[in-house]
Design a protein around this ligand. Sequence first.
Ligand code: UD1
Ligand code: CA
Length: 463
Amino acid sequence: MVAVAILAAGRGTRMKSDLPKVLHQLGSYTLVERVLKSCVSIQPSRIMVIVGYRGDLVQNSLLDNKNNIDNDNIPTLEFIEQTEQLGTGHAIQQLLPYLKEFSEDLLVLNGDVPLLRPETLKQLIDSHKENQNSATILSANLPLPKGYGRVFCDTNNVVTQIVEDRDCTTAQKQNHRVNAGVYCFNWPALAKILPELKANNDQQEYYLTDVVPLLNPVMAVAVNDDQEIFGINNRKHLATAYEILQTRLKDDWMEAGVTLIDPKSITIDDTVLLERDVIIEPQTHIRGWTVIGSGSRIGPGSLIENSQIGKNSSVLYSVISDSMVADNTRIGPYAHLRGDSQVGSHCRIGNFVELKKAQVGDRSNAAHLSYLGDATLGEKVNVGAGTITANYDGVKKHKTKIGDRSKTGSNSVLVAPVTLGEDVTVAAGSVVTKNVEDDSLVIARTPQTVRKGWRLKQSDIST
Ligand code: UD1
Ligand code: CA
């Protein structure tokens, strides 16, 4: 079993942010959460996170969101403070007091390298063990290696040194083999030479990479997919990483039988689940813990977050948050469902309709210009155009109930708390303030008055 150390103490000056770099969000997870996620499946015996700059924030964020990272296999996170950020080598030196008895391997991960695949870490560890190395480092040959430390090997493929980009001579910069910032160390061997690190480099920092000449043997393992080692140092990198991640996710979904129309204009969080034969149309964004059932068509122009959509439903130019929609239902165009709303099957909600904390039974429709808040509708209810539930008295929210098969006329207001029974018809333009029993027609408006032959008097007309 290996222990894992995640380097997360740096400020990330190049991000120009008040937030520590590793807490920047990349899709549904922060950078450091992604690093953590990548190592969960190798089942580490311990996970140590080295924190420093605004360490309390990093610690709280990881503890708060641990559920999102799933897995009961994850050991309790240990946070180790690096009070001054004197370099990656200095960061690992902070582990010495905590790993006195530890005699196995230590996997070191940079907190700002978020796209690693678990398989890659496994390959690195396997190769490390197989070759009985003192250290094994992950490397890649990049066409544009700028910013990365360069890995130099001898003729036997043994790594002799790593030189940071800024410390490289022009000749050394021609070497495109870079250090990914992912290492497996034999801990006792590393622990012995860690105190020898010097800070004689351009940044005057203690570099972890400087342990290489002090250990033997050190080997490099090449990563299969160069994109995995992409490190985030500035906001442009963050955007590039997001793009890489999105391409990966979308390729996987298309492979799994989902149609994406104009994929570039679509974003999908990695917490989303899409069933077979889902169709996602352009300009659609699917976020958080969302599930879309098979045969459903989402978009164009929709945002769905933390919601469940059943099978064979459609959502057109609409926003749905924290809500559920059952099968064969049509949402939109221009609907907004939020606050734990639930819509049954074979319903139609759309053309400027807002639902807030509303339950709508099967085969009910609210097809035009309505607000239904804190409302429970039975089955086969028809909500007329412009029906509003007046749920707020200025202090509290109140509930509206509408029984099965009831119909509200256009432009009616249901002043909550109020209950309409089953098979009730509300006349257009009514303001309903009292409960209505089953099988009734309610007319709650001033009757129309017609004065035949009425005209303004000549003296009333101003000249
Ligand atoms: C580092 C490597 C470089 C490699 C690159 C890959 C060193 C000296 N260089 O460079 O060879 O190509 O990563 O992405 O290691 N950190 C601490 N404490 C510190 C300093 C940094 O915890 O005192 C953390 C940072 O929060 C970050 C990680 O270590 O998560 C890497 O630090 P960073 O300064 O970004 O190193 P690079 O210059 O990218
Ligand atoms: Ca970096």
